[in-house]
Design a protein around this ligand. Structure first.
Ligand code: ZN
Ligand code: ZN
Length: 349
């Protein structure tokens, strides 16, 4: 034991890890007996499965280490606190998302912009995540989970939820202005709910006519079938959008919509694709249009996101799996057939 850790009550729990990229998910037992003095040990109650978990399964993320326990949509109960922890206490309900630790020293950290930390720690990517009965994280990356949210509702909110909520609330868009949500999936079904409750005229765009009724139930005021030949023209005729929140993970599917941005409009990209986008500079210049990306948020942002959901009734739609079915759950998410987020429940012990 070093001076930065302390001995604690020994706890043993299940862990699902990937030994190396492309290896199978293996189930092990892990014993916890030490805790960094500024960290908390969490008895994980649920962990959401995000598309980015595929980095743990297949590798490819810069700075990634294996063996790795996937999962960055972690919610649970504080089980033990380090001796220098001040804010949290045993029994608190907490959540940890993409932001799993920061360095306190880089330029971004010195500016208080912790999610942009050059040495950002991310659960399931650089540090062990939430496919486990227990997880250990610094106190400062734990968001408090409101009582009104169940564990399986809260889990997706610390990644998918905060990403859509936090990106939309920083666009400068005013109530009554038009926000289009491109794609009604794991991110988009939350984006429509947030846009509506933030007071924007909300336009949902998705493939096919069959999602229209559902999109309107979520709060869309208008619906556009992206497969219709005049889909982009339809959005232009509706006055264009001040913001298009692009949740599709496909560069080619985003690009045509840029011309449907209104003057000064922004395409706000949260759906990740590595393929370059082909954009005419002319499409941006005349209308002062821009493309911006947005990376999730800090624990404080997650907390505000969950409080907003508790206040307004926004909830993710989830499908739940038992912990021993974690791999089946991951495959179901990757199949694209999940409605809409997949969550592993661990509180079956
Ligand atoms: Zn995620
Ligand atoms: Zn930093």
């Amino acid at each position: 034991m070093t001076s930065s850790t302390q001995a604690t009550d020994t706890k043993t729990g299940r862990v699902a890890q990937i030994r190396k990229p492309e290896a199978a998910l293996e189930f092990l037992s892990k014993t916890y007996s030490e805790l960094p003095v500024r960290s908390v040990r969490i008895n994980v109650q649920a962990c959401g499965i995000c598309h980015s978990d595929s980095f743990a399964f297949h590798g490819g993320f810069p700075g990634m280490k294996h063996p790795m326990v996937p999962g960055h949509e972690i919610v649970g109960l504080v089980d033990e606190v380090g001796s220098e922890v001040g804010r949290l206490k045993v029994g608190d309900r907490v959540g940890i998302g993409w932001h799993g630790g920061h360095c306190h020293e880089c330029q971004s950290c010195r500016s208080g912009d912790f999610i942009a930390c050059s040495k950002l720690e991310t659960p399931g990517i650089t540090v062990d995540g939430g496919y486990a009965d227990y997880a250990v994280f610094p106190e400062e990356v734990c968001a408090l989970v409101p009582e009104k949210l169940s564990w399986s509702e809260a889990a997706p909110l610390v990644c998918a939820g905060v990403t859509t909520y936090n990106s939309l609330r920083h666009t400068g868009t005013m109530p009554g202005e038009t926000v289009a949500i491109l794609g009604i999936g794991g991110l988009g079904h939350l984006g429509v709910q947030f846009a509506n409750k933030m007071g924007f005229r909300t336009i949902a765009i998705a493939r096919g006519k069959d999602k229209e009724a559902f999109a309107k139930e979520l709060g869309a005021h208008e619906y556009i079938d992206s497969q219709a030949p005049d889909a982009v023209e339809t959005l232009k005729k509706l006055g264009g959008a001040k913001v298009i929140l692009s949740t599709v993970t496909n560069s080619d599917a985003m690009t045509p919509w840029i011309e449907a941005l209104s003057i000064g409009g922004k395409m706000l990209i949260v759906g990740a694709d590595f393929k370059p986008m082909q954009i005419s500079p002319v499409a941006l210049i005349g209308g002062r249009r821009s493309l911006v990306g947005w990376p999730s948020g800090t624990a404080r942002d997650s907390e505000e996101c969950m409080n907003f959901c508790a206040l307004t009734g926004i909830r993710p739609m989830v499908e739940t799996f038992a912990f021993d079915k974690a791999y089946e759950a991951y495959q179901h998410m990757m199949s694209g057939k999940a409605r809409f987020r997949v969550v592993i429940e661990l509180n079956d012990k």
